[in-house]
Design a protein around this ligand. Structure first.
Ligand code: FUB
Length: 436
């Protein structure tokens, strides 16, 4: 019994990926995120980039052999439910080609339907629970080609599937969710150049939105169009997100409303700055204007959610920073999944991390930091010139040290956290954590 309890505890610890910031999945690559709300939880159905195995001749392309699903109740803690579908378990797949691209999942008639593109076909797997286990059906969706399926279940119960093949093709689905009810039609009025993939369709207040990546210039940006019914015609609405600042060529996405807030899930190449086929899922808040148009989303590192002060706060996922003397870099360029550090190199340089829940009983603060020449940092609340709640002198040396100090005059509840370099000796900060 004791062994079983220990095993459950260890498994829970393994499953709990406790990070609020972008990217949200921090122990593997993840891309093409479709987020859905099922049973009051948010479920993420991304695709899964992996480094090319030895047998793959082409090393500069996407390599995707399976799908995981993840869930969260607070957008802060994500549980990895493990692999739900893998290429070797697709009965009708004749060629293993590591091409399990962007998927979707919907709930209908008491079952979860997971749609995935592989081998130029659209496969379906079903499950009784969103996290699985999923069973891959014997046949793909006959008559539907293309990639990146998205399924909309309309208010009248009619389902539609849209895929992409340089243009968007849409068809009604029969009630069994696996057969088409009529031939796919190509949606008119979308760009004829630079439209490749990734349509996402949803309805809000009677407006049907088709959101999609489009190469207007060199790489994809996210755009949207609207219509008064799922089959269109759609009218261009605007840009949801500009091109990735780190040059990630693709940007696949989904929009979802959860607890009265809309979110945009998308991907960048955070852990793989030199190879944009190894991507990572991010999430930022999204807002609609009163007329239903979408406000452009600026990608952030901070992401969404409230960070408990008692967690190891990665201030390199900053909300804002001083113009001079504050920068971030990988802790270990050979293993980027170890994350980043903040470097403060000029007197009064600062890094601000917003929306930290300081609770009511914080007594001390611990930092993991290094300073070649021995520098001092101040921990402040709310803003760079906010009240100093602790000061820590980092011993001279190149290695990271974990050291603590008492906090004074700390404000309870949710506040921003700011770390400021007090003197001129540079300091690198890995994380900051408060203790009760
Ligand atoms: O992940 C492979 C492909 O890249 C997806 O299917 C596209 O949407 C793009 O993100």
């Amino acid at each position: 019994m004791k062994k079983l309890t220990l095993l459950v505890l260890v498994t829970m610890l393994f499953l709990l990926n406790s990070n609020a910031q972008n990217p949200i999945i921090r122990d593997q690559f993840s891309a093409d995120p479709t987020a859905r709300v099922f049973n009051g939880k948010i479920f993420l159905f991304p695709s899964h980039d992996i480094p090319a195995p030895a047998e793959m001749k082409r090393k500069d392309w996407f390599v995707m052999e399976d799908y995981h699903t993840f869930s969260s109740t607070n957008l802060t803690d994500w549980t990895d439910h493990g692999v739900i579908v893998t290429q070797t378990k697709v009965p009708w797949l004749t060629r293993i080609n590591y091409d399990m691209w962007a998927p979707d999942c919907v709930f209908k008639n008491g079952k979860y339907y997971f749609y995935f593109p592989v081998g130029g076909r659209i496969g379906v797997a079903t499950a009784d629970k969103p996290e699985g286990p999923y069973t891959v059906l014997d046949k793909p969706v006959e008559g539907m080609g293309g990639i990146d399926p998205c399924v909309l279940i309309d208010k009248d119960g009619q389902s539609y599937i849209v895929t992409s093949m340089g243009r968007f093709n849409i068809a009604k689905l029969k009630d069994n969710m696996v057969e088409l009810d009529g031939k796919p039609q190509t949606l008119p009025n979308f760009p004829t150049k630079g439209l490749i993939e990734g349509p996402f369709m949803f309805e809000r207040n009677g407006i049907y939105y088709m959101t999609y990546p489009h190469v207007q210039d060199k790489i994809e940006r996210l755009e949207y169009a609207t219509a008064n019914n799922p089959l269109g015609p759609y009218t261009f609405g605007g840009v949801i997100m500009d091109e990735s600042p780190t040059g990630c060529w693709t940007n696949h996405h989904s929009l979802v409303q959860y607890n009265n807030q809309w979110y945009l899930f998308y991907h960048h190449n955070d852990y793989s700055p030199k190879f944009d086929k190894n991507r990572s899922v991010r999430v930022d808040s999204l807002t609609f204007n009163a007329d239903g148009s979408i406000k452009k989303v600026i990608p952030t590192l901070r992401g969404v959610g409230i960070t408990p002060a008692t967690s190891k706060i990665q201030i390199d996922r900053y909300s804002s920073k001083s113009d001079l003397g504050a920068s971030i870099s990988f802790l270990d360029t050979l293993n980027t999944f170890k994350g980043w550090k903040t470097s403060l190199s000029k007197q009064k340089a600062w890094m601000q991390y917003n929306t930290v829940d300081f609770g009511a009983k914080i007594k001390t603060v611990t930092v993991n930091a290094s300073s070649a020449s021995g520098g001092t940092i101040e921990v402040r609340q709310d803003k760079p010139d906010g009240a100093v709640i602790a000061e820590l002198k980092i011993p001279a040396g190149n290695n990271l040290n974990t050291l603590s100090a008492k906090v004074k005059k700390i404000q309870k509840g949710i506040h921003n956290l700011v770390v400021v370099l007090k003197d001129t000796n540079p300091v690198d900060v890995d994380w900051v954590q408060f203790n009760e």
